[in-house]
Design a protein around this ligand. Structure first.
Ligand code: ATP
Length: 512
């Protein structure tokens, strides 16, 4: 990156560590009101297209998203189609038979994360399992949803609890869905339901104290990434299956292109300058990186390593790096809440790495990528390690490797000690980059001055317009004693907590 300052430094030795945190609240009673229109969200009125006989039992699944076949061996389907799982042993991709839709009666592979068992709560169009409150608001206020659009999600803080989020004249109201000892559900204690489906059905007929009668389920956003490119767990793919379309950018180790795999699937292709790394080291690390999957981490799909330049194939993010995004049009106009939300997403991805006992080693805005709707994903985790030499858990920079001094924790710079806590330090710098819309950290200082002054206790002052709570977090990340720095799990909930601070943020069905 052209504005990035780096200097030569050696490094060794790693360690890992973590801890735990947190909590939320309420809604209650109101009289019934007989309205008339019966809308049962989640049920389509059109009859299904001609279909194969539907088998009894629990092997029938409902497609939650559209999917277009990428190879001759997989099946295209549309959301709402039914599929019978014939063989689930492969894990992420199942062999299935389409029971309805364009592929009815055909057999082929399907991505397992695109379907849910029919009759299960996961198959309900209104169930958005692990959707956070803020994401629920974002989804409901997005284009396509109208007054009364709703979703039910798992509570972020109280496991086993659910929340109902409803769009009311452009604003989103949230209600707790509670359970009685007998397992019945209620929003308001005077009306309880055996199942969630009954609860939804009732409130879609009567508002009964809610801000609005439930109408259509919230529109789903784009389909999730499939786990891997296709059913074949093909790690090394033929270079001929990749077509490079356009150059997206370049980093220290090579160039990045937008590409097309198998002429069907958009991907990002990182091409590595010949000689940058040992092929075996890279492959060993890449095998681990490939298994690390999380919605806030860039998925590594495949590699081409038979000849140079090595290709690393990953998911494509249309808005490029967070650093460029913050400095340009859309990003430079982000509101504070969006900035904090993006920081929370990075913390979420890093919290997952923390849980996996995995260290990023080069966390910075340039290594976070941005997709549609300000979605952020952490990229290049683990790659920095490949540029180091390993022996008995000690890592040394290969000769000539450059280090991002202004992002690197003092113990990593001075004692060559990299850990998840040095990643936390870097996260504090990344917060600074987010709040300042991509300014260079320590703007008036050289790398050398930073290396000299940090051990003496110097820390960057709060950037202009930075809320105190955000600067407090930065300072916590920059504690000298790495054990006193927060975990990523804590950072995630502290950042998400900006939007979900108290019980008053829940509506009460009994107020009406
Ligand atoms: P360095 O590799 O030196 O740390 P860097 O992280 O900026 O620097 P690359 O990872 O090579 O360099 O990325 C270069 C640019 O390519 C990024 O800034 C971004 O704009 C673009 N890019 C990288 N990966 C993707 C991706 N998966 N999707 C879309 N754009 C990408």
């Amino acid at each position: 990156m052209e504005i990035r300052e780096k200097c030569l430094l050696c490094c060794q030795r790693l360690a890992a560590c973590f801890q735990k945190p947190r909590s939320e609240t309420d809604g209650t009673a109101v009289p019934a009101r007989p309205d008339i229109v019966v809308v049962i969200p989640g049920q389509t009125t059109s009859s299904p297209p001609p279909s194969a006989p539907i088998p009894a039992g629990n092997s029938v699944y409902l497609a939650l998203y559209d999917y277009t076949a990428r190879t001759k061996e997989d099946l295209s389907f549309m959301a709402g189609d039914k599929l019978e799982a014939l063989d689930k042993s492969a894990g992420d991709w199942w062999h299935a038979r389409a029971l309805t839709g364009v592929s009815a009666s055909k057999q082929g592979y399907i991505p397992a994360n695109y379907v849910a068992p029919v009759e299960s709560i996961d198959a309900e169009l209104w169930y958005f399992a692990d959707t956070k409150r803020l994401d629920a608001e974002k989804l409901l206020t997005a284009a396509g949803n109208r007054h009364g659009a709703f979703l039910i999600r798992n509570s972020e803080s109280q496991s086993g609890e659910l929340s109902l989020s409803v769009l009311d004249q452009g604003k989103v109201k949230h209600y707790k869905i509670r359970r009685l000892d007998n397992g019945h559900y209620y929003v308001s204690r005077n009306k309880t339901f055996e199942t969630l489906k009954e609860l939804v059905s009732h409130y879609s007929r009567y508002d009964d104290g809610l801000c609005a009668r439930l109408q259509e389920p919230c529109k789903k956003m784009e389909a999730p990434q499939t786990n891997g490119l296709s059913y074949k767990d093909q790690w090394e793919i033929p270079r001929s299956s990749i077509r490079l379309l356009r150059r997206l950018g370049a980093g220290q180790f090579g160039e990045v292109y937008e590409g097309l795999w198998n002429n069907t699937t958009a991907v990002a292709v990182k091409t590595l300058k010949p000689g940058t790394m040992c092929q075996q080291d890279f492959l060993r690390e890449a095998q681990i990186m490939k298994k690390i999957r999380h919605p806030k981490l860039i998925q590594l799909y495949a590699v081409c390593t038979v000849e140079e330049p090595i290709y690393i194939i990953t998911e494509l993010m249309h808005n490029g790096s967070l650093l460029e995004f913050l400095q340009k049009d859309k990003g430079s106009r982000l509101s504070l809440s969006h900035q904090i939300e993006m920081a929370a997403q990075v913390a979420s991805g890093m919290a997952f790495l923390e849980l996996q006992n995995y260290i990023h080693r080069d966390l910075a805005a340039r290594n976070v990528l941005v997709g549609e709707n300000n979605i952020c994903k952490v990229a290049d985790f683990g790659l920095a390690r490949v540029f180091m030499v390993e022996s008995e858990n000690i890592y040394e920079a290969k000769e000539g490797t450059k280090f991002p001094v202004k992002w690197t924790a003092p113990e990593a710079i001075n004692d060559n000690k990299f850990s998840i806590k040095s990643d936390v330090w870097s996260f504090g710098i990344l917060l600074y980059e987010i709040i300042t819309f991509g300014q260079m950290p320590y703007p008036a200082m050289t790398n050398y001055q930073v290396v000299q002054r940090i051990p003496m206790g110097y820390r960057m002052p709060a950037p202009p317009h930075c809320p105190k709570v955000m600067y407090d977090i930065m300072q916590d990340c920059w504690k000298e004693n790495e054990q006193e720095r927060p975990t990523f799990e804590t950072l995630q909930w502290r950042l998400e907590g900006f939007f979900d601070m108290d019980v008053s943020s829940y509506d009460d069905a009994s107020r009406y």
